[in-house]
Design a protein around this ligand. Structure first.
Ligand code: C2E
Ligand code: MG
Ligand code: MG
Ligand code: MG
Length: 286
């Protein structure tokens, strides 16, 4: 069919490609301005200790408060930021913002021991200034390094395992913790779990969705929890939406969970009131 349409088919294709290149370039410039004009915001999703039903931390998730398009989720802009390299300054900003927010919650008195998770992208992980950026975020906010966990994905670690190992050790020396995000969706190599200084495994929500109803998924999650425990790692189940899923994860011995069941990502004020309520509930019990 392409042949019969002849040159026109190519012309249309070129035009579409051209349009998408222009759109990407436009968004790139828009994002640079957005960063300068502080249009990015960070939302936080609670991480819950499943056996004790207690919020123990939050994950920082970036959003773009776009002047015309409204609040944009990362899938609308993260890939572009990654390709253009803007993810480096954007990620640095997220790190700073998340650490300062944790310090503000602590100053307000209802965030004792609360942990903060921050996602890193591949580009950030390869960036030579990463360790310095993390050190700066900790120093300028004054938060304890041990309360910060950086989330990485398997593919980032496996590209160049020696380089990855060096960076992970340098981050570890700062005192921060390291998590494998979306575990199970990449090319998992059990080898790196033993070789690399990782503290936490976050099981991707693809395996959690059917954990209460699909025997295969249940077996997989069971195996990951067992493996994780054998290596003395913490396990977090992502994307818990129902009581049945939560009950099954509890049964399988998964200690931590995250998902809409406990709370969607929300702004700092909403999280503060969640923490406040929580503090009241636990003081009623003591
Ligand atoms: P992620 O790190 O795996 O974060 C979890 C994502 O799952 C979040 O999507 C969260 O809103 C969503 N989620 C949480 N609970 C549930 C649930 O019960 N059901 C469902 N269906 N979804 C749930 P979000 O905020 O749209 O972020 C998507 C991804 O964008 C993140 O996946 C992360 O890879 C990336 N991202 C977000 N913020 C940052 C950032 O600051 N830097 C970098 N490099 N990447 C980020
Ligand atoms: Mg994450
Ligand atoms: Mg994830
Ligand atoms: Mg992810």
């Amino acid at each position: 069919a392409a042949k019969r349409q002849g040159r026109n088919a190519y012309a249309v294709f070129d035009e579409a490609m051209y349009a998408s290149v222009i759109n990407e370039a436009r968004q790139r410039m828009e994002m640079e301005r957005a960063l300068a004009e502080e249009q990015f915001v960070v939302h936080y999703q609670p991480v819950v200790d499943l056996p004790h039903q207690r919020v123990t931390g939050v994950e920082a998730l970036v959003r773009w408060q776009h002047p015309e398009r409204g609040l944009l989720a990362p899938n609308h802009f993260i890939d572009n930021a990654e390709e253009s390299g803007l993810i480096v300054p954007l990620g640095r900003w997220v790190l700073q913002e998340a650490c300062h927010q944790l310090a503000r919650w602590q100053a307000d008195g209802y965030a004792e021991g609360l942990t903060m998770n921050v996602n890193l992208s591949a580009r950030q992980f390869q960036y030579a200034g990463l360790v310095g950026d993390v050190r700066d975020a900790i120093a300028s906010s004054g938060v304890e390094a041990g309360l910060l966990t950086l989330e990485l994905t398997e593919s980032m670690l496996l590209q160049d395992i020696d380089a990855a190992s060096e960076t992970l050790h340098a981050l570890r020396r700062l005192g921060v913790h390291l998590a494998i995000d979306d575990f199970g969706t990449g090319y998992s190599s059990l080898n790196y779990l033993k070789r690399l200084p990782v503290d936490v495994i976050k099981i991707d929500r693809a395996f959690i969705a059917e954990v209460a109803t699909d025997a295969g998924d249940k077996t997989l999650v069971d195996a990951v929890v067992t493996l994780s425990r054998a290596l003395s790692l913490k396990t977090v189940a992502e994307g818990i939406e129902t009581d049945d899923q939560q009950a099954m994860l509890h049964l399988l011995g998964c200690e931590y969970g995250q998902g809409y069941l406990f709370g969607r990502p929300a702004g700092p004020e909403a999280i503060a009131s969640l923490l406040r309520e929580h503090a009241e509930v636990s003081s009623l019990h003591t």
